[in-house]
Design a protein around this ligand. Structure first.
Ligand code: PT1
Length: 258
């Protein structure tokens, strides 16, 4: 899954792909490099980010979504928590919903169930603006696992098929570096619940591991993504599709031959 941010303030490529032409060029590049899903997000959810209103998010996402769907044969995922954005996205040709709030906003569960699209349910502690202010867990793996199980149950009760659900521990969303590492070590426990999607690409935990805020985060992000795949992840959400796809070729050759 290649990341296409259409926010003016996104954390690592903020503002770069706001224009349609630039968004299309980036999508083309990611597809050539081997992405099978493009994830478009109009709300920045990086630590400290402020919220946006429904219309603003629709105005950012829809034109890019429609342009990509028209031009490329690819699944487009829309990264949103808002039912109105979900409905517009589905009408605009989105093939998947990616919700960092796991359909907890009023009306989101019902919207997703009605739309019938696959949904990724992510765990977050708190809200983006404040989630990194001293997050605390007694047992992070158990709490994240229990939360995701409960959200999957909620979706099943609302009529969403088991084969339409993905789960994501939400790396960097209300988690310290050691919380993130503990979750990474235990990804297999999540894979027993539903197919797992992970996103660590260029996040501050990568810089934390490198011990250098200014370091280039690409190689370390690829290493983290490979750990996720070996740990059972089905979809990896990344900025650097080309580099990630190269590393994946090595893993795939070891597993299945060339
Ligand atoms: C993710 C994800 C996402 N991450 C899913 N959707 C972001 N399913 C947006 C940092 O610490 O992991 N899974 N949508 C981006 N969010 C962040 C969070 C960006 C933390 C940066 C950081 O730097």
């Amino acid at each position: 899954m290649g990341i296409l941010n259409v926010t003016p303030d996104s954390f690592s490529d903020g503002g770069k792909f706001v224009g349609i032409d630039q968004a299309l060029a980036q999508a083309q590049h990611m597809l050539n490099a081997g992405a099978s899903i493009i994830d478009i997000g109009g709300e920045s959810t990086r630590p400290g980010a402020a919220s946006v209103d429904d219309q603003q998010e629709i105005d950012r996402v829809l034109p890019v979504l429609e342009a990509i769907v028209q031009r490329f044969d690819v699944i487009v995922s829309v990264d949103t928590s808002k039912p109105s954005v979900m409905r517009s996205a589905a009408a605009g040709g989105a093939g998947m919903l990616n919700d960092v709030r796991a359909l907890s906003e009023p009306g989101a569960l019902q919207a997703a169930a009605e739309l019938g699209l696959p949904v990724c349910l992510m765990h977050m502690l708190g809200e983006p603006r404040t989630m990194q202010n001293d997050p605390k867990y007694v047992d992070v793996v158990k709490e994240v696992t229990d939360f995701l199980k409960e959200r999957v149950q909620m979706c099943r009760s609302a009529g969403i098929g088991a084969d339409q659900l993905l789960i994501d521990p939400g790396f960097g969303f209300g988690k310290t570096l050691s919380h993130n590492l503990e979750l990474l070590r235990n990804l297999g426990k999540l894979a027993d619940i539903a197919p797992v999607l992970t996103g660590l690409s260029r996040k501050s935990m990568i810089a934390g591991l490198l011990g250098d805020e200014g370091a280039d985060r690409i190689i370390a992000s690829v290493a983290a993504a490979m750990h996720c795949v070996l740990g059972g992840a089905s979809i990896i959400r990344v900025h650097d599709v080309e580099q990630t796809a190269q590393a994946l070729k090595v893993l795939n050759a070891v597993e299945h031959g060339v």
